[in-house]
Design a protein around this ligand. Structure first.
Ligand SMILES: Nc1nc2c(ncn2[C@@H]2O[C@H](COP(=O)(O)OP(=O)(O)OP(=O)(O)O)[C@@H](O)[C@H]2O)c(=O)[nH]1
Ligand SMILES: [Mg+2]
Length: 281
């Protein structure tokens, strides 16, 4: 349905760039969308990050269902991966990054300290698929003056480092990853959450699919928000009921599905339907 153009050529280039840049960092900070934890993962991330400790940030956790986000944290945590729920708009959860990174890098740091090193700077690269909040994260973490430090010239290719409030340095350009794009489910999840521009989607089809999904997992939210007395089986009937309640009716008394669809998607994306997770572990 969605005409997503991810340019395979770019993928090869970013993969190469990420691999190059990995040599310069201690850890990878991978950002995902807490509402679509599986969809917002990159299928090759494990392979790409081979050997590097990774911190997965489940961002936009203000919009996801808390218990499900917790379940994802349990599922994804392992020896070299730590997972945090965060909100890059308020900064909630971001302070936890440093202790987790120290935990993951403990052996390396012990080794360095044994050699007499004192001020160990931790460096990380930020990666994630489009729209997960990479820029918001970097802006929130950066010290106000966004002080950048260059590497010594001639030693490494000059890379800009962003100093953060928690004493970690971040590579200034995040790595943009691609999602799995083989199935329609993934395309829909990306579109529901706004990661794919609406112009390339059929908005009415999208809203129809969203309500079809919500009627199964979150019928009570639909009832509450749109003051429905029941959730009918047929999605079209639900849409018509919502249209009546919301007055998205065109002249002649027919439902204005375009206006209704825009309203539904806006309200979903703005969290008006409450905290909703579209994927469960
Ligand atoms: N509700 C909510 N919105 C967020 C959060 N973090 C980011 N956003 C919003 O998500 C949208 C995308 O954020 P960006 O920081 O631009 O994401 P990005 O990963 O840099 O996106 P690209 O540069 O397009 O790849 C923006 O509208 C942000 O305001 C969050 O924790 N909660
Ligand atoms: Mg960005």
């Amino acid at each position: 349905m969605a005409n997503i153009n991810w340019f395979p050529g770019h993928m090869v280039k970013t993969r190469r760039e990420i691999k190059e840049n990995l040599k310069l960092v201690d850890a990878v900070i991978e950002i995902r969308d807490a509402r679509i934890v599986s969809t917002s993962a990159n299928p090759e991330i494990e392979e790409l990050c081979k050997g590097k400790p990774r911190i997965i940030l489940l961002n936009k956790s203000d919009l996801s269902e808390k218990s499900i986000t917790k379940a994802w944290i349990n599922k994804l945590t392992n020896d070299s991966v730590r997972v945090l729920e965060v909100n890059c708009l308020t900064g909630a959860g971001l302070k936890e990054i440093k202790p987790l990174m120290e935990e993951l890098l403990k052996e390396k740091h012990d080794r360095l300290r044994a050699k007499g090193l004192k001020n160990i700077v931790m460096r990380a690269m930020v990666v994630g698929i489009p729209n997960v909040g990479k820029s918001s994260f970097i802006n929130k973490m950066a010290k106000n003056n966004i002080a950048k430090t260059g590497d010594r010239p001639g030693v490494t290719k000059s890379k800009q480092w962003i100093k953060t409030k928690i004493g970690i340095e971040l590579m200034d350009t995040p790595g943009i990853l691609w999602p799995k794009f083989e199935d329609e489910e993934v395309a829909l999840n990306l579109a529901f959450t706004g990661a794919i521009k609406d112009e390339i989607m059929d908005i009415e089809e999208l809203a129809y699919n969203l309500v079809s999904r919500l009627k199964v997992n979150y019928p009570e939210r639909l009832m509450e928000r749109y003051k429905l007395t029941e959730i009918k089986e047929d999605t079209l009937d639900i849409l018509n009921d919502i249209a009546k309640k919301r007055g998205t009716i065109a002249s002649g008394g027919v439902v204005d599905y375009n206006r209704l669809s825009v309203l539904l998607l806006d309200e979903f994306r703005g969290g008006k339907l409450g905290c909703i997770s579209l994927e469960r572990p």
